[in-house]
Write a protein that binds this ligand. Sequence first.
Ligand code: ADP
Ligand code: MG
Length: 396
Amino acid sequence: MYRRLDDLNVSGERVLVRVDFNVPIKDGEVKDDTRIRAALPTLRALLERGATLVLTSHLGRPKGGPDDKYRLGPVARRLGELLGREVRYTPTPGPASTEQQEFVAAAPPGSVTLIENSRFDPREEANDPALARVLASYASLYVDDAFGAAHRAHATTEGVARLLPNAAGYLMDAELSALAKLVERPARPFVVVLGGAKVSDKLGIITRLLDLADTLVVGGAMAYTFVAARGGSVGKSLVEPELYHTARRILDDARERGVHVLLPLDSLCARAIADGAGASVHPSAAIPDDLMGLDIGPAARQEFVAALQGAGTVFWNGPLGVFETPPFDGGTMAVGAALAALPAYTVVGGGDSIAALNAAGLLGRVSHVSTGGGASREYLEGRVLPGVAALDPAAS
Ligand code: ADP
Ligand code: MG
């Protein structure tokens, strides 16, 4: 188990903090500052305790060199507004450039400096020790609060953690503790709701969840791969035929382990996503050839909502239909509302699932919203997160 922020003596120290400020930016403005807000408790605590902060984050996928589109200037401005204090930032060729090193060296005590996008340096993703050494020279301590990047062994996550005394920030700790509750003695029954576009994205997690869950509810496009694998006619629904074999194996495994699997009995179907007005309900295993299943139908909705009642723990990843386009949002919204009303321990992960619940104003009513899609998936698959594994163990 890693050391926690509260067990690190930071007074008068320079602290390098890995944050996940990979936020959407448009016309030089941060479009959604959720991830910046999520790091504020850690940053505020460090400042209150007299630390000088050097922050590092990646943003987007620049091709291994400086790219004005991916500069962190807008993030520094937004962070300054949220913190109510100056955030030092200067555009440089990279996080470890001479300009950046001089700028960091000039940071006054108690200040906050955001260094340039870590991915402007190709050595970040290569986890090059030479880059990690320069980053480590910026501070005497390291705090990792970037849960969303913890599944990557990069210089700002894994590399630098090996070089400086360190601790997990509050966000990192909160995410890991929330997910740990799902895998270590979850309150039963444990219901898992999976949806979204592709089975292939979620194969690892399904396999692992069969060991943990009591009931597996499957909706979204991925349900049709299961329905078709069992011999149903799914029309033009999105399917992954190369996975029929795997889908059948998953259903067999579930039966062997006594996991109850629910596929949607019926579906709301249309010729195309744009044809909401012409939508009709059909059994999911008898969808006419020219139609595709775009949402779960009313019978499935009822059955899915009923499956949630009495649950002790629920994990939801993936919308149950094309929630971006009404009327195909109905199933996701109905099941989302049922989930939000449960007294159970509820965790929602995945960018689109969060967006769907947020649009319905339900996000505040789930126990935990997991912001790091890839990282939470890999954690639940049972994989070791390199960014976490590299942290110092807590003193016992
Ligand atoms: P998350 O981001 O929550 O992990 P995914 O990215 O796996 O979720 O899946 C979300 C996408 O799946 C959405 O864009 C949604 O429109 C799509 N989707 C859900 N159901 C269907 C369906 N029946 N047909 C086509 N696309 C679907
Ligand atoms: Mg998604």
